[in-house]
Design a protein around this ligand. Sequence first.
Ligand SMILES: [Zn+2]
Length: 242
Amino acid sequence: MIEALILRTWPIHEADQIVSFFTRDQGKLKGVAKSAAKSRKRFGGALEPMTYVLASYVEKPRQELVRLDACEIVASPLSEPVDYGRAAALEFYVEVLEETLQDHDPQDAVFRLTLAVLEQTRAGRIWLPVTYFGLWMVRLMGWMPEIVRCTACGRAFGSEPAYFEAQHDGLVCVEHRHPAARVLSAESLGVAARMFREPVAALAEEEWPRNRAADLRRFALQGLERHLERKLRSVQALNQLS
Ligand SMILES: [Zn+2]
């Protein structure tokens, strides 16, 4: 049995389903779950997106799809009531993982990050785990620019805010900002530094209303979208939450 996170499922003929899942040891895989829609015994409730499972599957030579035989739930997002906000957060994790991970490319740090934010999401938090996940995914994909000093002149931001743009990587100081640049407050730069230093659980004792570090979240999500070269649907859903 292999640790895995379910990403998405698609129905195919009869009661079979195609399952995209992120394994700890082998990275993202796609498989066929035979009679998944009928067999409660082998898959009952385990194929919901972002369910943490122990999966048993068989790889077949020269075939892209593995045969997924059974999944046992370790932790399910459905173990707590899922409101619209949490559904949007779960969809965000799924979409980012689907878009960033390559098949058969193990990413243990991403796996651990996802488990940690799922735990916070199950506990009813949204903005802390979403911001933490977005920021860390930019970093783990190797897309995070320097956050301590201006990429144009090298001056440290210190207690000054930084500026960023949708089209470019990097943060700049007030002197090198472009007219369309958005501000990233000194406070949010401090939040970013803490997020890179501390586990998400260490930040969970604090209040995380939607507007806290909203500029940092925008910076991270814009970085993801720029590198993926597409808009993320789930980001729109998150932006519509009140
Ligand atoms: Zn500068």
